[in-house]
Design a protein around this ligand. Structure first.
Ligand code: NAP
Ligand code: 8YV
Length: 312
């Protein structure tokens, strides 16, 4: 018997193929009449497969009274009203763990590209400036610099391991101190003050909203770099833009933005920023692993077993 689920976004192609083969799936994202699709789903759908950044709110949960599980593709669940799910006894799962290496690799790539300016140097070469103006400007080395990790969780710890191999020193700030061989700072401003590169990898949502504000960027200072692979909401984006324009910090590497996929065009004019379109986990291998985990969580739940990655 195939279990009834609803799929809210097209997401990863291979995962969507599996979801539609292995379950009796209503594709909400493809419905021309959303209300009619929800009406069809209401008496039977027990599982919801979600991906991307659309909100899964209490109203959607209430439209699906038989809903037991929301299985998210990504690890970040800031777009899901987890409290509302809990109140309704709905289990929420995420993509925790399987993307750690990929996101950590990408984070280090962003650190390297931001300090060493590979994208900017490539543009310089393509414009013919190497021949006409000579070699590209000197950049900034990583070795012996301090990397401050704001959010030393599953992914943050993998980033720390990689940064050590580049000869960087590690500090971090979380709400709680961990048993790790890195120096703890009690708040984000102190971490920024003590860091050459501040890398943000916390969850999004209300708790971390604009955690990186003017005070944190002032503490980072004109020689400091900001890397954001967390969520756009964690950084005060207009303030960051102004600090980059006025060279109040040295540079930034950004994979995430406040209103994705819209990115303020003023960033494009800047030479001290490296921009990527929210792609830290976007490899074929990792996206397949994330989809497999999402499906495994649904299957475990329907088999009456504990899910693999519950959101607490
Ligand atoms: P995790 O294991 O839960 O780690 C999150 C860390 O952030 C924890 O150490 C937590 O420590 C800390 N933290 C939470 N709230 C905080 C706050 N208010 N102030 C300071 N520190 C705080 O999560 P993860 O698996 O590493 O993933 C982290 C996040 O990365 C995801 O939620 C997602 O937003 C983002 N992400 C982005 C991409 C991308 O494509 N760019 C890919 C994957 C993940 P305490 O609880 O002690 O504070
Ligand atoms: C994905 C992410 O881009 O896992 C996360 O939290 O941000 C990324 O891995 C996203 O979740 C795809 O739905």
């Amino acid at each position: 018997m195939k279990h009834d689920i609803i799929v809210t976004a097209a997401g990863h192609k291979g995962t969507l193929e599996r979801l539609t083969q292995e379950f009796s799936a209503i594709k909400l994202f493809a419905a021309t009449d959303r209300a009619a699709a929800l009406k069809e789903a209401a008496p039977k759908v027990r599982g919801l497969a979600h991906s991307g950044h659309a909100h899964v709110d209490a109203a959607l949960m209430d439209a699906l009274p038989k809903l037991e599980i929301i299985a998210n593709f990504g690890v970040g669940v800031n777009q899901i009203d987890v409290a509302a799910a809990k109140e309704r006894g709905i289990v929420v799962t995420n993509g925790a763990g399987v993307l750690n290496n990929c996101v950590a690799d990408f984070s280090m790539a962003l650190v390297l590209n931001t300090l060493r300016k590979l994208p900017q140097a490539g543009i310089y070469l393509r414009a013919g400036h190497w021949q006409s103006k000579g070699t590209y400007e000197f950049t900034t080395s990583l070795g012996s610099k301090t990397l401050g990790i704001l959010g030393l969780g599953r992914i943050g710890e993998e980033i720390a391991k990689r940064a050590l191999a580049f000869g960087m020193k590690i500090r971090y700030h979380n709400r709680s101190k961990k048993n790790v061989p890195y120096t703890y700072d009690s708040d984000a401003v102190t971490l920024a003050k003590n860091s050459d590169v501040l890398l943000v990898i916390t969850p999004g949502g209300a708790e971390t909203d604009k955690l990186v504000n003017a005070a944190v960027l002032d503490a980072l200072g004109p020689q400091g770099y900001l890397i954001n692979v967390a969520r756009g909401s964690v950084v005060d984006e207009p303030v960051l833009l102004r600090y980059l324009q006025e060279k109040k910090i040295a540079g930034a590497g950004l994979d995430v933005f406040e209103h994705e996929p819209k990115v303020p065009a003023e960033f494009f004019a800047l030479d001290n920023v490296v921009l990527t379109p929210h792609m830290a986990s976007a490899t074929n291998e990792t996206r397949t692993a994330m989809g497999n985990l999402q499906i495994e969580n649904l299957q475990l739940h329907f088999a009456g077993k504990p899910v693999k990655t519950p959101v607490q």
